[in-house]
Design a protein. Structure first.
Length: 136
């Protein structure tokens, strides 16, 4: 890992976080203001991927209650990765610890999304140059 990338990762791991609006958890509306930590399109992809992983693990069984709800964005750990080792982050993993997305027996959920333009727009401006958009 390059020094610049390591420094970026250390900075984004501070208490300020990668996404400036991560504590808002209001991903539903578009009132013409900043849409929050990431765009609704990215949130829909994340929710869909969590739902698909739940269905796979539970073989289609529904548990009801909180275990069938999407976890709050602020309850997820966020880990950027440089999978192609070129010095910029190209993937972001959203990790839900046990009890966040499902029962303890299901373990943690890790959903990795490629970095897109929409996702970069949600990143704090001072960190955006540390990310590279991936082709979809």
């Amino acid at each position: 890992m390059s020094n610049q990338l390591a420094e970026s990762l250390e900075e984004i791991s501070t208490e300020e976080g990668l996404f400036p609006e991560a504590g808002r958890d209001d991903h539903d509306g578009n009132d013409g203001q900043d849409p929050g930590p990431v765009s609704n399109k990215v949130m829909i992809r994340l929710v869909d991927r969590i739902g698909a992983e739940r269905a796979r693990r539970r073989q289609g069984e529904k548990f009801g209650g909180d275990f069938d709800q999407c976890p709050k964005f602020s309850d997820l750990a966020i880990a950027p990765f440089d999978r192609n080792n070129n010095g910029t982050f190209d993937t972001i993993a959203f990790i839900a610890s046990p009890y966040t997305a499902g029962p303890y027996a299901e373990g943690e959920y890790e959903i990795s999304l490629p970095v897109t333009s929409e996702l970069i727009r949600g990143v704090r401006p001072e960190y955006r140059d540390s990310f590279e958009r991936q082709r979809q």
